[in-house]
Structures are given as structure tokens and as C-alpha cells.
Write a protein that binds this ligand. Structure first.
Ligand code: HAM
Length: 415
């Protein structure tokens, strides 16, 4: 038997129906915020991700040479492709541009619960303005999505990577080594960050001040410890979010993010029930367009880890019941099969989700199958009823049966 690759999953019909249902909720929420859907290729030239994703993503890249000797990579995320698309195709469109996407991403990670090599992101990018209103739109939409999915136990933490970058630069870390330091701070690996910073001749006092900054967590009052414009910016952002009804947020200047392109506000949402892989959403503001050959345009965005948020909902006991089908058409004997095919086609043409017995089963076995596929009704086609232009409609949950004229059958499924 051939097994599927490590870190990937198969989705069976019930699971797929559930995923499509929740995906639909995310899509509907994005639309209420004025975002429109895009799609980009699953693979891109590797360079797109090498340019600015940072060391974390690079070592996890699924990259290969294609038959034309091009360096290709499966997308590890969708922000870089979305901005490439914007530079190639949309740069002259009126700003802001509000786009969203859903699809699979690939990272060569060590698989565990909530961490896969192929996973799904639902993300959005707002391209156009480096202001607090843009960031507020993005965070408010992420919060709305989490709420709309019905998750209860989660936390949204907002930070500012500019503040941390400045503190690191002021401490004397060379620009080209900032990503290395941020990578350790992102994972809170202070024991590894200290020798690394010392190797760069950073004083103990500066190291302590960097670590203290990353431990600054609380309500807006902690912003009194932030000098410069960033503090004012975050205060304005939190105030806007308050106006938008988003109040369950926390300031955390230790939000670093695993990707390297962020420049200003950064945020993450976590579901504590998930343990180690608890981050269900992450994002922030960045500029990438000039790197891909366009003009410098400010953007902000986020991506929800779709698989993780579903896991968190499951942990909270949320269940989804598959809808099943409206009608299962079965035959009392072989003489009525042609008529049964006619009836199922009529139902389908009228928008009823209908299936028909194609296994030639006897009534009882066919009814058993109908309940296994969650059919709401069985449509029993028999010679006696047909003589009067009728079929028998059986309610599968109560077992109640009644005769219905074939011409009126479709209307029985309209509620
Ligand atoms: P990210 O934090 O790398 O950000 O990924 C977003 C989310 O994808 C994470 O919060 C997590 O829930 C989920 N995720 C990441 N890796 C895995 C994995 N191996 N298995 C399952 N889920 C995973 C980005 O990708 C940015 N592009 C977000 C963004 C959009 N920033 C600005 N715009």
C-alpha cells in the first residue's frame, strides 16, 4: 500500500464538508469587510520567498529544480505571492486594495498535532496605507473571523516589531544579523539569544533591556514604557479597535513573528487549548512591493491557520453535523428503474440533493444505505403507486410515509 507523505492529510467527505462550511464562514466575514478573493499559483520561483521571508521559513522551504532548470518552491505562505501579484497586475488600481485568499501552504517542519507539512491558510492583505485605520481593519477582521467560527478561548496580542528592531539596532547588532536574533526572541530562547548577542559585542545591560522589552505585556498602560511614535501609534490603534468593538486584545511587545518582512505593528492570536502549536493566526504591517520590482507601498495583513483553528474548536467541543442529502430514490422492483431514473433527474433539476440506488438493492437494504448517507427522505418508487402517478415519500427520521404525486414531489423539499 502506498502511504501519503509525512505531514500531509486526506480529508474524507464528512471532514471535507465540515471544512467547506467553516471556510464559507471565513469567506463571508472577509466579504463583509470589503475584501475580495484572489488565487495565486501553489508554486512560485524560489527567489520570491528567499528575498525576505527570513531564516525560519527558508530552512523549511520545499524547493526543487524543474525540468527547465528553474528554481521552484511550493509556497510556504501567501503574502509574498499576493504582493507579487499586486506588483505584476494590480499596482495601478485605486488604493486601498483589499484581498483575501484560501489555500494550502507547505513547510518542511517536524509534523505533530497542529503542525503539518501541508496546511491551509485563510489570509488577507490590505495594500495602500501605513496608518492605524488599516491595521485596525485587519485586526478587527481577524477577531471577527475567530468569533464567527465560534471559538471562545483565545487571546489576541498586539506588538510593534519596529520598537524591538530599534532596541536591537541601538544595542549594536549589525543589520544583517537582526533576523538571527529575532528568530531566537520569537521562540523565547533567551539562553541561546544571550551568547549570540554577546558574540556581537552587545553589553549585558543592553541584552537585559532587549529581554525586558520582549516581556512587556499588559493593557495599553504598558505603552508608557515605549518611547517614540510607536507607543502613540499602538494607543491610537487600540482606541480604534475599541470603537470597532474589539476589546479583548492585549499589548505584548514580545510578539516577534517568524517571518522577516514585518516593519511595524505585529499581532498574533492564540488558542491556549492547543498547547505547543497554539498560534492560530498571525500578521502585521510590512512593505514587500519594492523588493519585487514595484513602488514602495505599505501593506498589512494576517493569515489564520485554518487547520489549527478547527482543532481548537474541536477541543472546545464544537461539532459539525454533515448535512447529508435530501432524497434517496429506491425501487420496489426492477421494472420501475427507468421511471426512478426519471424521478431522480427531475429532483436534481429542481435543485434537490438527490441520489438513487444503483446497486440493485432490495428495499430494506436500500433504506439502510439511505440512512447511512444521512438522507432526509426516501422516495420509494413502486408499480402500484406509479399507476396513480405517485411515489411513496418516507421521512427517514420518523419513519412516517405518505403518497405524493410525482408532479408535486420537488415542492416537498422546499422549506
Ligand atoms: P505565519 O504566522 O507564518 O504567518 O502563518 C500563519 C498561521 O499559519 C500561523 O499562525 C499558524 O496558525 C498557521 N501555520 C503556520 N505553519 C503551520 C504548519 N506547519 N501547520 C499548520 N499550521 C501552520 C504567515 O504566513 C503570514 N503570511 C501572515 C501574514 C499575512 N502576514 C501579513 N499578511
Amino acid at each position: 500500500m502506498i502511504q501519503r507523505p509525512r505531514g500531509t492529510r486526506d480529508f474524507l467527505p464528512d471532514e471535507m464538508e465540515k471544512r467547506r462550511h467553516y471556510e464559507g464562514i471565513l469567506r463571508d466575514t472577509a466579504k463583509t469587510f470589503g475584501f475580495r478573493e484572489i488565487a495565486t499559483p501553489i508554486f512560485e520561483e524560489s527567489e520570491l520567498f528567499i528575498l525576505r521571508s527570513g531564516p525560519n521559513v527558508l530552512k523549511e522551504l520545499y524547493a526543487f529544480m524543474d525540468k527547465g532548470d528553474r528554481e521552484i518552491a511550493l509556497r510556504p505562505e501567501m503574502t509574498a505571492p499576493a504582493i507579487r501579484m499586486f506588483v505584476n497586475e494590480m499596482s495601478n488600481e485605486p488604493k486601498p486594495i483589499k484581498i483575501f485568499y484560501f489555500g494550502q501552504c507547505f513547510r518542511y517542519e517536524r509534523p505533530q498535532s497542529g503542525r503539518y507539512r501541508e496546511f491551509f491558510q485563510f489570509g488577507a492583505e490590505l495594500i495602500g496605507n501605513p496608518n492605524a485605520e488599516s491595521d485596525a481593519e485587519i485586526i478587527a477582521m481577524a477577531a471577527s473571523m475567530i468569533k464567527a467560527l465560534g471559538l471562545h478561548d483565545y487571546k489576541i496580542r498586539i506588538g510593534h516589531i519596529g520598537v524591538l528592531r530599534k532596541r536591537i539596532a541601538d544595542a549594536g547588532v549589525p543589520k544583517e544579523r537582526t533576523a538571527e536574533v529575532l528568530q531566537k526572541l520569537d521562540k523565547k530562547l533567551y539562553d541561546e539569544a544571550r551568547p549570540l548577542l554577546k558574540e556581537m559585542d552587545v553589553s549585558d545591560a543592553d541584552i537585559d533591556s532587549i529581554f525586558t522589552l520582549t516581556e512587556t505585556v499588559g493593557d495599553v498602560s504598558v505603552l508608557s514604557q515605549v518611547e517614540g511614535e510607536a507607543g502613540d501609534y499602538l494607543r491610537q490603534l487600540v482606541d480604534l479597535l475599541d470603537a470597532m468593538g474589539v476589546r479583548d486584545v492585549e499589548i505584548d511587545l514580545g510578539v516577534v513573528r517568524g517571518l522577516d518582512y514585518y516593519t511595524g505593528m505585529v499581532f498574533e492570536a492564540e488558542a491556549p487549548s492547543l498547547g505547543a502549536e497554539k498560534q492560530i493566526c498571525g500578521g502585521g504591517s510590512y512593505t514587500l512591493s519594492e523588493l519585487f520590482g514595484g513602488e514602495k507601498v505599505f501593506s498589512t495583513g494576517f493569515a489564520v491557520g485554518f487547520d489549527r483553528i478547527l482543532l481548537a474548536m474541536e477541543k472546545e467541543g464544537q461539532t459539525y453535523t454533515p448535512k447529508g442529502i435530501d432524497a434517496y430514490v429506491l425501487c420496489v422492483n426492477d421494472d420501475v428503474r427507468r421511471k426512478a431514473s426519471e424521478i431522480v433527474s427531475m429532483l436534481r433539476a429542481n435543485g434537490v440533493c438527490a441520489d438513487i440506488d444503483i446497486m440493485g438493492r432490495k428495499m430494506q437494504k436500500a433504506l439502510k444505505y439511505a440512512s447511512s448517507v444521512n438522507a432526509k427522505y426516501a422516495v420509494i418508487v413502486g408499480p402500484k403507486e406509479l399507476e396513480e402517478g405517485c411515489v411513496t415519500l418516507r421521512d427517514m427520521s420518523s419513519g412516517d410515509q405518505r403518497n405524493v404525486k410525482i408532479g408535486e414531489l420537488s415542492s416537498c423539499f422546499r422549506c
